[in-house]
Design a protein around this ligand. Structure first.
Ligand code: KIV
Ligand code: ZN
Length: 389
């Protein structure tokens, strides 16, 4: 089995369909350019039956970016599949992604269909898609709450109908890693070589990345994810987190992706500019504080040797540099370093005097800006100059 993990980005589809995240076609195009530079393997550009805008986004992105594989989503019904086929018409490397729910709870309350009907509709959709597009992915919506024997039966049927990728979404973010790994392992074994098993995890319990990683360890070779983890409700598996977990922990995760990691932060920043919110400050990899050290002991350690408290270089994800945020937990070492950056080489006595003023400012605020440190420095150093003269 190959160690290459295929990154299927759904920022412009699952991500975009969540509150505050909708984008115009022009905005999707800007984001698509960034995703192509980031090196995603598949870019899911929209759900063409959902709106004219989604149709246009798939069509335009397909024309503009012939080098990337563009996916379009369709429910497992003739009208949807037909619309997705038309949206992908100009794509050089199209993928049609069709889905239907397979859990009893969805069958009974949402679809009001029998298991047999669902299998038949899934197979018909894949066959229809395959008549026009070589590359077809099937998703068993709510796979993680589906009876496993039935799930395997559906997967085998759609593979026989021509699907090369079978995606097992944790649609409601219900799974936990050990359980998820067991499910994925069972399906991988049942389908054998030649089929890519994919995962698509939602983050309702904060486990989307952990579940996706567990799935990769169990044999999944495609991960569906989004920049900044945006997506329905609590979001999807965060692209930057799963990619960096694989990169940083090669010792126990000997897998590779095609992602150019130095583009992770720029991609996150662009998305933030395009939608109405950014990642929380403490968000892993791309949050404002992800590489900021405030505790004095940590700052001292980082200044002596950055690996004491940093497991990855900020530059490796495109963050310009790690930031020492000076606050009340910062020590004299970090303060001296910042003063040197600001052009002041202080004596021990001057440093003590600057430190005392700085601590009383830091007590009143959440962080002390360089401007304020500069004004303390001028006060202390000029004051000394005046008293000496
Ligand atoms: O969460 C989900 O089940 C989905 C499918 C349409 C893939 O987004
Ligand atoms: Zn989803």
């Amino acid at each position: 089995m190959t160690n290459r993990v295929h990154i299927f980005d759904t920022t412009l589809r699952d991500g975009e369909q969540s509150p505050g995240c909708s984008m115009t076609v022009g905005e999707k195009l800007r984001m698509a350019r960034e995703l192509v530079e980031l090196g995603v393997d598949t870019l899911e550009a929209g759900f063409p039956i959902a709106s004219e805008g989604d149709f246009e986004a798939v069509d335009t992105i397909s024309r503009e970016f012939p080098s990337v594989q563009v996916a379009a989503l369709a429910r497992a019904c003739q009208l949807d599949v037909d619309r997705a086929i038309r949206a992908l018409d100009k794509a050089k490397n199209p993928r049609l992604h069709t889905f239907i729910a397979t859990s009893d709870i969805h069958l009974k309350f949402k679809l009001k269909k029998t298991r047999q009907q669902v299998i038949e509709e899934a197979v018909a959709a894949v066959e229809q898609a395959r008549r026009h597009v070589d590359n077809v992915e099937f998703s068993a919506e709510d796979a993680t709450r589906t009876d496993v024997d039935y799930l395997i039966e559906v997967c085998k049927a759609v593979v026989a109908a021509g699907a090369q990728t079978v995606n097992l979404p944790d649609t409601v973010g219900y799974s936990i890693p050990s359980e998820h790994a067991a499910l994925i392992g069972q399906v991988v074994q049942a389908l054998g070589d030649g089929v890519i098993v994919s995962v698509h995890c939602h983050d309702d319990l904060g486990l989307a990345v952990a579940n996706s990683l567990a799935a990769v360890q169990a044999g999944a070779r495609q991960v569906e994810c989004t920049v900044n983890g945006i997506g329905e409700r609590a979001g999807n598996c965060s692209l930057e987190e799963i990619v960096m977990a694989i990169k940083v922990r090669q010792d126990i995760l000997p897998f590779e992706t095609g992602i150019v990691t130095s583009h992770l932060y720029p991609a996150s920043q662009l998305l933030t500019e395009l939608i109405s919110f950014g990642p929380q400050p403490n968000k892993a990899i791309v949050g404002r504080n992800a590489f900021a050290h405030e505790a004095g002991i940590h700052q001292d350690g980082v200044l002596k040797e950055r690996t004491t408290y940093e497991i990855m270089h900020p530059e490796s994800v495109g963050v310009p540099e790690s930031r020492l945020v000076l606050g009340k937990h910062s020590g004299r070492h970090a303060l001296r370093d910042r003063c040197e950056h600001l052009g002041y080489n202080l004596t021990k006595e001057q440093l003590e005097s600057v430190y005392q003023r700085f601590i009383s400012a830091a007590d009143r605020k959440k962080g002390v800006l360089d401007e304020e440190i500069g004004s303390i420095l001028r006060e202390v150093v000029d004051h000394r100059a005046r008293t000496v003269n």
